[in-house]
Design a protein around this ligand. Sequence first.
Ligand SMILES: [Zn+2]
Length: 141
Amino acid sequence: MKNQKYYTCQYCYQEFVPKRRRVQKYCSNTCRSKAYHERKTKGNLPVTPEETLPKSENTEQKDSMSLSGVGNAAAGSLLADGIKALVTKNDNKAATKGDINLLLEKLGGRYHLVKNMTPNSEGAHPYYDLLDGKIVYLRLQ
Ligand SMILES: [Zn+2]
């Protein structure tokens, strides 16, 4: 009977058999610490002091699980806060010009080419105007 479960190492992407019947993200301590250092170098995850301490064999599983949990939660709340901030700002008071510019910058500009509409008779292309919420024909290309 083949009920042995294989995991894929999150760092070197090799399959491995977990030593214990719990979530194990990396095939070895080496991969785990390399992955950690890579994340730390890129600086896209908050680093807690506990992460830098040497791990004993007993705490390894628990720590790697809580580590990924913290990362996901942080990313999730960051996203939610960002959206909330935008919505709140736009609902409660008139957005300032700076707010709008920031928003447009995030979204990649005010006008977005509409690809499933054809140019008008003058050869101008249809764009979706994010500020006015309507289609306008422009000669931006
Ligand atoms: Zn590995």
